[in-house]
Design a protein around this ligand. Sequence first.
Ligand SMILES: Nc1ncnc2c1ncn2[C@@H]1O[C@H](COP(=O)(O)OP(=O)(O)OP(=O)(O)O)[C@@H](O)[C@H]1O
Ligand SMILES: O=c1[nH]c(=O)c2[nH+]cn([C@@H]3O[C@H](COP(=O)(O)O)[C@@H](O)[C@H]3O)c2[nH]1
Ligand SMILES: NC(=O)CC[C@H](N)C(=O)O
Ligand SMILES: [Mg+2]
Length: 528
Amino acid sequence: MSSEPVEVSNVFDTILILDFGSQYSHLITRRLRECHVYAEMLPCTQKISELSWKPKGVILSGSPYSVYADDAPHVDPAVFDLGVPILGICYGLQEIAWTHNNRAGVTASSEREYGHATIHVHEQENPLFAGIDNFQVWMSHGDKLSALPNGFSIAASTDNSPYAAISNVEQQIWGIQFHPEVSHTTKGTQLLENFAVKICGASTNWNMKNFIGTEIERIRQLVGPHAEVIGAVSGGVDSTVAAKLLNEAIGDRFHAILVDNGVMRLNEVETVHKTLTAGLGINLTVVDASEEFLNNLKDVSDPEKKRKIIGNTFIRVFEREAAKITPKAGDEIEFLLQGTLYPDVIESISFKGPSQTIKTHHNVGGLLDDMKLKLIEPLRELFKDEVRELGELMGIPHDLVWRHPFPGPGIAIRILGPVSPPQIEIARKADYIFIEEIRKAGLYDKISQAFACLLPVKSVGVMGDQRTYEQVIALRAIETKDFMTADWFEFDYQFLKTVSRRIVNEVRGVARVVYDVTSKPPATVEWE
Ligand SMILES: Nc1ncnc2c1ncn2[C@@H]1O[C@H](COP(=O)(O)OP(=O)(O)OP(=O)(O)O)[C@@H](O)[C@H]1O
Ligand SMILES: O=c1[nH]c(=O)c2[nH+]cn([C@@H]3O[C@H](COP(=O)(O)O)[C@@H](O)[C@H]3O)c2[nH]1
Ligand SMILES: NC(=O)CC[C@H](N)C(=O)O
Ligand SMILES: [Mg+2]
C-alpha cells in the first residue's frame, strides 16, 4: 500500500475542466457528473506537469475575457501534448482557434450574440453530435472566429455563427461557440456525454455507492492505524455525512463535538444528540457553551459583529475540547475533519479574482493555523445533492438527510437587534410552529429552506379587547438549487393564515406576522 493518499481522480476516470472564469463553468462539472462521469474543475492557470493524475479528456470553459486582449488568460500549451481529446466551449473554442492559428483568427464581432439560436449539424457522423440532430443552443459571445484553423472542419453552424462547431478529428480537438452546460441548450448534456464517453472513453462509474468504498479506504490511508481525528458536528447534513464516513473508517478514533451555542432551534441539541449517537453510532460529545456564547453576544446588534463573535467563540470552545482528548497513541489529536463541499472549493479556485464579501460565514476552519491540525475533507469533491445521496446510502435517516440547511450562527442572525434569552425564546417558538405547519402541509421537501425571523420593531394590535404592543415575526421560505440565487416560496393564503394565527395566539410577544416576498438577489436568504 502506498503512503500517499489516493486522489479521487486517480480512482475514477476524470474529465478535467479548465476554468477561464465563465459564470457557467461549474455547470460543466455538474452535467458530466449527472452522466456518472467524474469531472473536476481547476483554474486555467493549472500547469499540466503539476497534475498528479492524467485526465481522460480536457474541456476549456468560457470566459469574460477576449483571447486577443493583452491580459487574457491562456492555457498551458502542454494540454495539447497530453494525447487526450479536448473540447473548447465559447472562449475555449476561441482559445483553440487562437493557438492553432498563430495567435490570429479571432476578432470582435459586429453582431454580438446572446440567447437562443438553432444549430444546423453538417457532420452527422461527427461523434460529438452522435444521436443529436438540429437543436436549440444558447449563445453568449461578442467575439467570433474569422477563419478556420488549419486541419479543422466545420461540424455545425447557426445563421449568425458559421463556426458554431469545429473539429479536428485526427488531433482529437473539438470547439463549440455555444454553451452545452446551460439548460437552454436542449441537447447540451447529451453532447457533453458524447464527448466524455464516446470520444474520451471515460467510464460511467461515478456514483455514490462506488465513492463510499474508495473514500473510506482513502481516509484510512490518510489517518494511518493509530492517529485520532476531531470534528465539529452540527446535526446538519454535511457534517453528519462526513462524521459517518469517519466513523466507518476509523470507529471511535473519531471524536465528534456538538457545541450548544444557545442559539440552536427548539429541542435541536437533544434531537441531534440522540440521532447521532443512538441512531448512527457516532462517538459524540455535546458541549454546553450557551452561556459563553450569550455573554459574548450581549448587547451586540451589528450582523457582522455577531457572526465574528460566534465564529471566534466556536474556535475557543473547540480548542478547549480538543485539548481534553488524550489519544490512545501519541500525545495529541493529529487531524481535523471539515465538511467542506465542492462549491466552497470552486469558489476559492475559480479564475475570477476575489469577489466582494457580502457576509462572513462563520468558519470553523479558522482553527487551522493555531492548532496545526491536518485537514480531512471527505466531501471536498461533492455537490450538496451528491452528499444527500451519499447520506441516504449510508443509512442516515431521511429527515436528517433532507433537513433544510441551518447556519452555524443559528437564530442569532434571525433575531435582528441584540440577542437575549427572551428574544431567543420568541424566535424559537415562532420558528417551531412555522416548520411544524410546513411539515403538516407536506411542503417541507418542496422548500429549500424556511425559518422565522424576529424583527426589532413593535406594532400595535388588539387581542381579547386589550391593546397589545408587541414585536413582528417575518416568515421566510425559499426555493433554490444552489443558494446563490433563490425565489420565495408561493404558499397558498390558507396556509399563511393558519401559521399567522398560531404564532400570534401561541407565542407571547408577537403581535403581527409578515411574509417575506423578496428573492435573492437583491435580498439574501438570511436577514443578517
Ligand atoms: N453547533 C455546532 N456545533 C459544532 N459544529 C458546528 C455547529 N454549527 C456548525 N458547526 C460546524 O460548522 C460547519 C458549517 O456549518 P454548515 O451549516 O455550513 O454545515 P452543516 O451544518 O454540516 O450542514 P447544513 O449546511 O445542512 O446545515 C459544520 O459542518 C460544522 O462542522
Ligand atoms: O453555516 C453557515 N454559516 C453562516 O455563517 C451562514 N450564513 C448564511 N448561511 C446559509 O447560507 C445560505 C445562503 O445564505 P445567505 O443568502 O444569507 O448568504 C443559507 O442556507 C444560509 O442559511 C450560513 N451557513
Ligand atoms: N461566453 C464566453 O466564453 C465569451 C467569450 C468571449 N468573451 C466572447 O465574448 O466571445
Ligand atoms: Mg448547519
